[in-house]
Write a protein that binds this ligand. Sequence first.
Ligand code: NOJ
Length: 593
Amino acid sequence: MLEINSIIAFLAKYLMRRITFHRVIAAGLLLIAGLSCHAPRKDQHKDMTDHKWWKEAVVYQIYPRSFMDSNGDGIGDLKGIISKLDYIKSLGVNVVWLNPIYSSPNDDNGYDVSDYRNVMKDFGNMADFNAMLKGMHERGIKLVMDLVVNHSSDEHEWFKQSRSSRTNPYRDYYHWWNADRGKPAPRYSLFDVNHDAWMYDSTTNAYYLHYFSRKQPDLNWENPKLRQEIFDMMKFWADKGIDGFRLDAFQFAAKDTTFPVFPQGYEKEFTKYYAMQPGLHEYLKEMNNQVLSKYDVMSVAEGAGNSFQDAHDLVDANRDELNMAYAFEGVDIAKPEGYSVLHFKEVFSKWDSVFAKKGWLSIFLANHDQARLVSRFGNDDPKFREVSSKMLTTFIMTMRGTPYYYNGDELGMTNAGFKDINDYRDKATLNEYQHQMNIGGNMAEFMRQTACSCRDNGRTPFQWNSNANAGFTTGAPWIKVNSNYTTINEAVQDKEPNSPLNYFRKIVKLRKENAVLVYGKYTLLDKSNPDVYAYTRELDGKKFLILLNFRSDAKAANIGLDLSKAKILIDNYTEPSTDGKLKPYEAVVYQLQ
Ligand code: NOJ
């Protein structure tokens, strides 16, 4: 059994920050991609400068439950998204990644799918989906859908059949261990109240496997019939014209179905045992062959295995699997007690260098499994919230790789930091709370960590304006609105030329107009500076310098470059500093050549 501190630390990572597995393992961030694009501009940069739309994309992630409610039931929906398409377009982003919108009993907010070919009632219906997709395409925005196929809901018809008898044709769609054989070897569950991934089911006197909650049984990818069902379902969506898939938790899809005993303490590094098991690459190749290669779609895997080699193998275009994966070493750097800027620089530089010649990265610091960007990586004190948020946006938009940007971060939305467990909605957090109660854990410490790190912090409703419920709903919101919505909201920021929102629009434009920010070579400067992150990007004779002050006081960068003739392309202050020092959280992008 894990120690309480480890469990809290884990939660404060997983749920809260995203899914831990990947983080341990993957340590990092990004991905890799396409060697397949074989139209090199220069031989020595074959893969890196090989142009692809998904490399040049700026991905905006929408959490549909919290984005915009059109019918007053307190839950965001597809019609709500449709009503905001012009807003999304105004950001300049050109790809939307939508969290799952399939039918689901919502044990894990849609990551428990009960019908892969239908739309969750809370979100609307297929006609709404079609209208949303059309509206996006009319505006030049592509749509990437979440594909949740490591597990389904226990309310999926396949599982209902599967659990009904040992001889049902769907029995092998899931992993069962007949209790006549005794208890199976332990498996760790991230979301289970007892952390036990085996759930006993009396109907057939057997256990089923669930790496996540009891209501998320793991699918059996060894079964060719199951694989065919998934590929056909993917074609169903691709034929509708969607532009990509984000493969949820897919690195765990392959299992050693003999279920051997793992060494004592394996749960502390369970990804090592769960991720990238034999069979995974074959499944991906089959998926690529049957679906991905037949459409102009991008594919991105959540999690990148246990090593750089794993990451490369997932997305090496010569292997015909995926385009990109994202790992978690970068996003996991921030801790409630802070983080080291040197460490931050080291991690992002390391991942860039590994893929400098071949492959591709994704760049992100936040998503629906994390607390808010500015609260984790910046400074949400009102004095520094706007500048630090813009500084982090500058980082994401000026690194090599495809940026993934989470809705609401363009406003610098902050953690809600709920104090009362009754305000939380995340099932994983609620189950862990129960677990801690059961084992007599340190509840004060648990609540402290939860307030900082819980992923519900990133899921409070989008703050549109200062009307009731931030203009998100006319009903009772499914989760409390952050009380700061009267000052932090889209309507206010849209009117302010220097707001985080308008800064985001400007820097997205800058990235889209300058291929150097997408494909350019990255070089870290002033490596040992503990406060300032400085780097250059270079391509075809163009050279940009990026300076980011990660501190709340003025700091200097020692870059040894003469900036007197450099042109400032963007600065997060209206008056850039002139004394050679960067102002608190100042971010500047210069053009040197
Ligand atoms: C990863 C998703 O990002 C997370 O939100 C979800 O809870 C798990 N996968 C399980 O599907």
